[in-house]
Design a protein around this ligand. Structure first.
Ligand SMILES: CC(C)(COP(=O)(O)OP(=O)(O)OC[C@H]1O[C@@H](n2cnc3c(N)ncnc32)[C@H](O)[C@@H]1OP(=O)(O)O)[C@@H](O)C(=O)NCCC(=O)NCCSC(=O)CC(=O)O
Length: 311
C-alpha cells in the first residue's frame, strides 16, 4: 500500500472509506483481566494457572480488549464454561446475529467516509471465522445495510488472522477488473465462538484475542461525484506461504466451539521468514528500504512485532 497520489490513484484500486467498531463487554483492562476471567468462570480454585495468566498478560503488551460477552450472558449459559457440555448451538445462534451487526457498525462508518449511498456498493467481501451457517453473515450484512439485490457477495471463512489481508487483496482485484466497481470489505470477529473457562490449552488465546470489526470501501478511478479523496492507494497485493508450517496455527470446530492451537514457535517463524516474504511481495527487490515503505502488520502479539522490528 502507499498513500494516495494523483494519476497513479486512478490506475490502482484505493481505499475510499475506513471504519472500525468494537463492543463494550466484560473482562478488561488487561491488568485486571486474569482476576475478572477467573471470577466470572468460577476458576479461582486454579491459583497457579491464574498466576501464569497474569504473567502472560503482563508480557502481552496489550492494554485493553473489547468483548461482546457479558457476565449476564455467561450466567445464563453455563454450557459456555463447561467443556463437557455441548455449546456449539449456543455459540452459532449468538454469533449469527452479533457478528454481522458489529460489521454493520464498522461498515456504516466506512460508507459515510466514502461519501456515497450504500446502494452504490457493487461487491461485498466478508471475512470471519466466528460464524458458521448459511445464509451467512455476508447476506445478513447486505440486508442490514440496504445493499442492492444485485451486490456480488463473497464469503471468506476460517482464514484466521490472514482473512483481512486476503479480503483486501480480493477487493483490489475486483475493483481494478470491473469498471465502476465499489467493493465493501468487512471483517468481524468474536471470541464468543471459542470462549471457555481457562485451561492449559487456551490460556494464550485468552490473553491475546478480543472482539472487533473493520470495514473498507475499495474502488478504482474514475471517481464518482461525492467520493472522498482516496485514503490509501493499493499498489500491490501478494501472498506467501511459509513451507512446512501447517502445524503452527490451527482452528477446529468442535461440540464446544472453535478450538485454537498456537504453537510456541510462531513468533520465531515469523521473524525468520518476514524478510523473504517482503522480498517476494516486492517482486525480488531485496534492496528496498522497508522503513521507507508504508506497510501494516497484523498485530498477532508483542513478540511477533519485536521480531519484525529486528529483522
Ligand atoms: C504469550 C506471550 C504474550 C508471552 O510473551 P513472551 O514470549 O515474551 O514471554 P515468555 O517467553 O516468558 O512466556 C511466558 C509464558 O507464556 C508461555 N507461552 C508462550 N507462548 C505460548 C504458546 N504459544 N502456547 C502456550 N504457552 C505459551 C511460556 O511457556 C511461558 O510460560 P511460563 O511463564 O509458565 O514459563 C507471547 O509469546 C505471545 O504473544 N505469543 C503469541 C504469539 C502468537 O501465536 N500469535 C499469533 C496469534 S494468531 C492470530 O493473531 C489470529 C487472529 O488474530 O485471528
Amino acid at each position: 500500500m502507499g498513500s494516495s497520489g494523483g494519476a497513479a490513484a486512478r490506475r490502482h484500486a484505493a481505499m475510499l472509506g475506513i471504519g472500525t467498531a468494537n463492543p463494550t463487554g466484560i473482562l478488561g483492562p488487561q491488568d485486571v483481566f486474569a482476576d475478572n476471567l477467573f471470577r466470572v468462570t468460577n476458576s479461582d480454585h486454579l491459583p497457579e494457572l491464574k498466576e501464569k495468566l497474569k504473567r502472560i498478560c503482563e508480557k502481552s503488551g496489550i492494554e485493553k480488549r473489547h468483548f461482546h460477552l457479558t457476565e449476564e450472558t455467561l450466567a445464563a449459559h453455563p454450557e459456555l464454561l463447561d467443556r463437557e457440555l455441548p455449546s456449539l448451538d449456543t455459540r452459532v445462534d449468538m454469533t449469527a446475529d452479533a457478528v454481522p451487526k458489529l460489521a454493520q457498525c464498522a461498515a456504516a462508518k466506512a460508507i459515510a467516509e466514502w461519501g456515497r449511498p450504500a446502494a452504490d456498493i457493487t461487491h461485498l467481501v466478508f471475512s470471519t471465522y466466528s460464524t458458521c451457517q448459511a445464509p451467512s453473515a455476508d447476506l445478513r450484512l447486505a440486508t442490514l445495510l440496504g445493499l442492492r439485490a444485485t451486490v456480488s457477495r463473497t464469503m471468506l471463512s476460517l482464514h484466521g488472522c490472514y482473512g483481512g489481508g486476503r479480503a483486501l487483496s480480493l477487493a483490489k482485484e475486483l475493483a481494478e477488473n470491473n469498471r465502476g466497481a465499489r467493493v465493501l470489505v468487512a471483517c468481524s470477529e468474536m471470541t464468543l465462538v471459542c470462549f471457555g473457562a481457562p485451561d492449559g490449552g487456551n490460556i494464550v488465546g485468552h490473553t491475546l484475542f478480543g472482539d472487533g470489526a473493520g470495514a473498507v470501501v475499495v474502488g478504482a478511478g474514475p471517481f464518482l461525484d461525492g467520493e472522498r479523496r482516496p485514503i490509501f492507494e493499493m499498489v500491490s497485493a501478494t501472498q506467501t506461504t511459509i513451507p512446512r508450517t501447517e502445524h503452527a496455527l490451527g482452528m477446529r470446530v468442535s461440540g464446544g466451539g472453535i478450538d485454537f492451537h498456537l504453537a510456541i514457535q510462531v513468533p520465531t517463524l515469523v521473524g525468520q521468514n518476514v524478510e523473504r516474504c517482503l522480498v517476494d511481495a516486492f517482486h525480488g527487490n531485496g534492496n528496498a528500504r522497508w522503513n521507507e515503505l508504508f506497510w501494516a502488520v497484523h498485530p498477532g502479539g508483542r513478540p511477533i512485532l519485536d521480531k519484525i522490528t529486528r529483522c
